[in-house]
Design a protein around this ligand. Sequence first.
Ligand code: ATP
Length: 337
Amino acid sequence: MTTAPGVRVRDLTVVYKTPLGELPALRGVGLAIEPGTITGIVGESGSGKSTLALSLLNAVQPPGRIAEGSVEIDGLGDVLTLGGEALRQARGKHLGYVFQAAQNSLNPLKTVGKQLLDLGRSHGVRDGRVLVRDAMSLLERMGLDGARVLDSHQHQLSGGMRQRVGIMLALVLNAHLVILDEPTTALDMITQATILRIIREVHEERGLTTLMVTHDIGVAAEVTDRLAVMYGGRLVEHGPTKDVLGSPRHPYTRGLIQAIPRLSGDIAQARALPGRPPTLGTLPTAGCVFRERCPLRMEVCETDDPPTVAHGDRNAACHAVELPASAIRVERKEEFA
Ligand SMILES: Nc1ncnc2c1ncn2[C@@H]1O[C@H](COP(=O)(O)OP(=O)(O)OP(=O)(O)O)[C@@H](O)[C@H]1O
């Protein structure tokens, strides 16, 4: 039996205070994360991936603020209503996480082992020896000398080693929802492949629900069951990874895939998406956020935000996707051929 929790994000809006006022980094995001799956969040830089990951831990910091919405996690309720000690206990024990800055988040004055024991104590772990044994075993699976790493200070470890320490700390308390923000970015290709395999193995052994933020669709293709694609603070497509990558519905997903030779399958056909992703200040306030770069742009895209429409276990937010298939095909032939 699995203890993996499901997660339901509803209508989530997160704003950051900027010189132009409060601007939304996430707008009306809805996402159901199925228990026991690895869900990938992909999208270009600034699309809101990290903000979404932080929201799952109710950890958005000023100048950011969660303006609206709920994040229901099985066994915890709406984490956006938790605060203080309840929230601190939830993080670590129920929610394991590695953030993008994991390489720099260790305390420089304490050994990794000391920090591990502090973490255990602050979450009521009685047997430090079991904690150390589990930590060593995780580190050794990731190709490190466990005893040596636990005896080391941050400056004695390389960036890649620190990243693996971060992953160990996310897993060692046996949390059942694990949130990994770019867990393999500082790693070389071989180590990256090893770490992805271990993330998958531990996920299955322990019956976890895992959310993995990555800008690398290749990484997502390798390890995730389901894929959520973000653009300009909106979730534009979501579904089983093989379906989303095999037959993308949203023109943004299509563009992302076409930009990667090893996924599009033909180096000559690989093409970067035209234009640049929006920043908070350049995001359109009405209509579709992707329209400036979209080959399927229509009049309605200027004025109306496309609703998220479900098709079986997939969904997409695009006016063109709602058109009869024949109409879309004609435009695609012109634009994507
Ligand atoms: N502290 C902050 N203050 C102001 N704006 C912020 C802050 N943090 C993030 N943003 C803005 O919010 C938007 C979403 O950022 P976020 O980091 O969530 O995106 P991301 O998809 O994770 O990008 P990356 O892959 O570069 O980390 C971006 O436009 C970003 O500039």
